[in-house]
Design a protein around this ligand. Structure first.
Ligand SMILES: COc1cc(/C=C/C(=O)O[C@@H]2O[C@H](CO)[C@@H](O)[C@H](O)[C@H]2O)cc(OC)c1O
Length: 394
């Protein structure tokens, strides 16, 4: 499951872990060519890519009321879909099953896993062979994940020791949505904000680009885009005169492809169901009604499941330090202490394994990767998944 909420699973399929990718290098504005992704996760697993919540990607409801969704509603929808899909594809019922998601999708992962567990316990058919779950740069508890951004910025040398110390003393760990009456904290956060504002928060090392309204005909797609649903379309570097490459430009290919009439016909998208396809639908009526999902992880940690939590370590929006903090709160035992893991003789990141009875949790960093880790380090991420799924040491 992709994040957002409201980002299409097509984004994860094409730009991250699916078997196909667009040829962004040769893209000239017309229908992009399709390439094979050598590092597709489908080499080691069958994957269902789900557009959730309803209204995301090509998914649609028949009534306007049907579009209102939430964490709990979407969890149930995903579970219902999975049950129906498995009943229609019985050859997959016995397969080992993992629920996987990234970013905001990581919040739904333990919720859906719990729904499966409860459904199995209630004897619902089909019984699913749930083995565990996988979360990449996920959000678990915004209080933990987002408050770790400032300590992370300090770790990554974006703010000085003095700025950090002063915020630490004044803000009592509440850097995200600080108490508006705590003037000391607000003052301490000011130079911190100025230091990090112009850094690309999803990949510290890449240029930060800001949206400017595209002109009709830009990229050969002669539509005027609405700003709210076309934030990926055209970006300019926030400073400097030269047009820099920005990763977000790669996403233009998805809009051109998914809105091409021949593509939509080939995909059997029913006419009149949705208008323009957008990579992330930001106008959904979605209630984030589960603040934290840490309690789901707590319940799973008392049962026999296998969990993989991985983080591109150059992402400041959902920094690796968030999971490290909430995982520590589960009171597990360290099974394999922090050590590097390798791909092609190079350090690909770091691993830390925990255990408690039959529960195994592997925490992995992907060195140098941003928010959507497989998009940045595809080879390493496939190696990680392959080794973890085959219960080999990373
Ligand atoms: C709960 O409140 C927040 C949620 C998020 C979620 C981000 C997210 O899913 O990112 C998208 O991830 C997907 C990958 O799953 C990418 O493709 C999209 O580009 C990306 O937008 C972020 C926040 O602050 C930055 C929040 O405050």
């Amino acid at each position: 499951m992709t994040g957002g909420p409201g980002c299409s699973a097509l984004s994860s399929l094409i730009y991250e872990i699916g078997p196909l990718a667009f040829d962004v290098a040769d893209f000239d504005g017309s229908l992009p060519s399709i390439l094979l992704n050598l590092h597709s996760w489908t080499k080691v697993a069958n994957i269902l890519f789900i557009d959730w919540p309803v209204g995301t990607g090509f998914s649609y409801a028949n009534t306007s009321k049907g579009y209102s969704s939430s964490d709990t509603k979407s969890t149930k929808d995903n579970y219902t879909f999975l049950r129906k899909w498995l009943l229609n594809h019985p050859m997959f019922i016995k397969n080992r099953l993992y629920v996987a998601g990234e970013s905001y999708g990581g919040k739904l992962v333990p919720m859906i896993a719990m729904e499966i567990l409860l459904g199995n316990e209630a004897g619902l058919q089909p019984q699913m062979s749930l083995q565990g779950y996988i979360i990449g740069n996920g959000i678990t508890d915004p209080n933990i994940d987002f408050n770790e951004r400032i300590p992370y910025a300090h770790h990554m040398a974006l703010i000085s020791d003095e700025y950090f110390e002063s915020a630490k003393v004044s803000c009592d760990g509440k850097y995200d949505n600080p108490d508006p009456n705590n003037l000391q904290c607000l003052l301490a956060l000011q130079p911190i904000q100025e230091s990090i504002n112009h850094v690309n928060e999803v990949q510290l090392l890449e240029p930060k680009c800001k949206y400017i309204a595209p002109k009709p005909g830009d990229f050969g797609w002669d539509q005027t885009f609405r700003e709210e649903d076309s934030v990926d379309h055209l970006f300019l570097p926030t400073s400097g005169h030269d047009r820099l490459w920005c990763r977000s430009q790669n996403y233009v290919t998805s809009y051109v492809w998914a809105n091409d009439p021949t593509v939509r016909e080939a995909l059997h998208i029913r006419k009149g169901t949705i208008g323009d396809w957008t990579r992330c639908n930001t106008s959904l009526s979605y209630e984030k009604n589960q603040g934290s999902v840490l309690h789901y992880h707590k319940i799973f940690s008392k049962k026999g499941y296998n969990v993989l939590i991985f983080n591109g370590d150059h992402d400041m929006s959902a920094p690796y330090m968030g999971p490290l903090k909430w995982i520590r709160s589960l009171n597990l035992t360290v099974d394999d202490d922090w050590r590097p893991w390798h791909v092609n003789g190079q350090v690909a990141g770091y691993i830390l394994k925990y255990k408690k009875n039959d529960f195994n949790l592997t925490f992995v960093t992907v060195k140098g990767a941003g928010h959507t880790a497989p998009e940045y380090n595809p080879k390493e991420c496939l190696a990680m998944l392959h080794r973890w799924l085959s219960i080999r040491p990373l």
